[in-house]
Design a protein around this ligand. Structure first.
Ligand code: GDP
Ligand code: GDP
Length: 455
């Protein structure tokens, strides 16, 4: 009964047939040191977006899921990125513009103690062109006496500045109320994705791995304009492509095509765009170029993809440049740095010549089937019973945690919950996960195994 209630709760937000809603996006922009990261932490209510004391430190994360008054939104953080690589002024404007392009609502943060600077003015000009809702945040108003400083910022033309102390929280709740009131129901960039439409692919990878070449090769002359296919409402950043006898949706291709002009902010831009594309996609093709060594950025983008919970296919591109030395080296890299994704299908391709491009579609199907897969509670518990019978959890201090039963609480990707009488060793959990994969497949999808400890 209690279990049944818990189960019902776990299954609550699990609806295979529901349309997917992409949460609206709030971007926080402003000069370095105005307090953007502090504000991100304040909004998230935790210390996840670490405030960096070291200038120029590049952070991995750029987007976070946040919630206020029951409304979920995606927070885009532009703090902490390559501060002085080419002059603050240009750098801030460029990164602010990228974030603003993706945003539904913008928080423009100014340091009320400093007032508006020339850099701020440049950002203002850019923001006016975007014609998106902007809330002006006068930060570092730590007490009532400092509110007068904030009022000078009226002059920037975004109406009443919101006096806030990101550090102490003063004014933050009012600001968030105002933000939530302005946020649309869903992101303009992506919006609502109907179920049953063409499957959605994101091509991701660091700059120059061959994403746009692959897109061109796949799309080629076969690019289709389809208006009356279910779920193909126009989205200018997506492209519908016919592969085999099916239509696929390549998401956020504008990001891929536009990269040329954005080479400057490449690392930041790649991260931002990658996360936006992953959010819309069902399956990601992570491209890795075999003519260069695997870089930190490759690994980071791969990790982002795994964390996104999307189905995954690894494409080793530029295979036409392969030679014996490089091949041996790649095998080592796969063993050392890609061992944690050995479950992902791998295809070797050449986007330039089109070699093996037809191998992508079967790999995508495999990954998506795994991603969609549902294991019945009966089958799962037969499996668990046999597994635990043959390999019981090791004794810990005279006690032995038992698995009472398990259930799959969602697909896309598959998520499992095990009800246990105590905490399972991480090693034992990994063992179960591995056996789940061996028994049920799941090639090409991340899977998650969580525990609920019942006393
Ligand atoms: P970012 O570069 O815009 O992300 O700025 P940070 O969030 O890293 O903040 C820069 C500095 O300003 C840090 O030392 C913060 O502690 C400080 N700071 C941020 N918000 C406030 C605030 O509301 N009041 C005060 N007094 N200091 C703040
Ligand atoms: P993106 O930045 O990931 O979109 O990469 P591009 O598609 O713009 O490719 C970067 C460079 O790599 C271009 O000069 C391409 O011609 C080249 N390139 C892409 N795919 C291949 C390939 O399979 N083989 C070779 N030799 N070059 C490639």
């Amino acid at each position: 009964s209690e279990d049944a209630e818990l189960l019902a709760h776990l299954n609550d937000d699990y609806d295979d047939d529901a349309d997917e809603v992409i949460a609206p996006v709030l971007a926080i922009i402003g000069r370095p040191n105005v307090g953007k990261s502090t504000l991100v932490n304040r909004i998230l209510g935790r210390r996840e977006a670490v405030v960096e004391d070291v200038p120029g430190v590049t952070r991995d994360r750029v987007t976070y899921q946040a919630e206020w008054l029951g409304k979920t939104f995606t927070l885009v953080d532009t703090g902490g990125w390559e501060h002085d690589a080419k002059g603050i002024h240009a750098r801030v404007a460029e990164q602010a513009e990228m974030a603003a392009d993706l945003a539904d609502v913008i928080l423009f943060v100014v340091d009320s103690r400093v007032g508006a600077t020339a850099t701020d003015e440049a950002v203002v000009k850019m923001l006016r062109r975007k014609k998106k809702p902007v809330l002006l945040v006068a930060n570092k108003v730590d007490d009532a006496n400092q509110e007068a400083d904030a009022s000078f910022l009226w002059g920037l033309g975004f109406g009443q500045p919101w006096p806030v102390s990101a550090l102490h929280g003063r004014g933050a709740a009012d600001l968030l109320d105002a933000v939530v009131a302005k946020l649309p129901e869903h992101s303009a960039f992506g919006g609502i994705i109907p179920r049953g439409g063409p499957r959605r692919i994101a091509l991701v990878g660091r700059p120059n791995v061959g994403k746009s070449s692959l897109l061109n090769k796949m799309a080629g002359s076969e690019r289709v304009v389809v208006d009356n296919v279910a779920g193909t409402t126009r989205d200018p950043v997506d492209e519908l492509v016919e592969l085999g006898d099916e239509i696929w949706r390549f998401v956020d291709t504008a990001g891929i095509r536009r990269r040329q002009h954005m080479a400057q902010g490449s690392d930041y831009y790649a991260s931002l765009r990658t996360q936006a594309a992953l959010e819309k996609a069902e399956v990601a093709v992570v491209l890795i170029a075999v003519d260069e060594v695997l870089s930190e950025q490759d690994v980071r983008i791969l990790q982002m993809t795994i964390d996104s919970g999307r189905a995954l296919v690894l494409a080793f591109n530029k295979w036409d440049l392969m030679d014996d030395d490089r091949r041996r080296y790649l095998e080592r890299e796969i063993e050392q740095d890609l061992a944690h994704v050995e479950w992902a299908p791998r295809v070797n391709i050449s986007a330039k010549t089109g070699w093996h491009k037809d191998r992508l579609v079967p790999a995508l199907h495999t990954a998506l089937e795994s991603w969609d897969k549902r294991i019945s509670t009966g089958k799962l518990n037969t499996f668990l019973g046999e597994l635990v019978g043959a390999h019981p959890h090791p004794l810990r201090g005279g006690k032995q945690p038992r698995i009472l039963f398990g259930t799959q609480v969602s697909s896309r990707p598959p998520r499992f919950v095990l009800f246990t009488t105590g905490f399972l060793d991480p090693g034992y959990r990994r063992f179960i996960t591995r056996r789940l994969r061996e028994t049920f497949g799941f090639e090409g999808t991340p899977i998650e195994v969580a525990m609920r400890v019942r006393e």
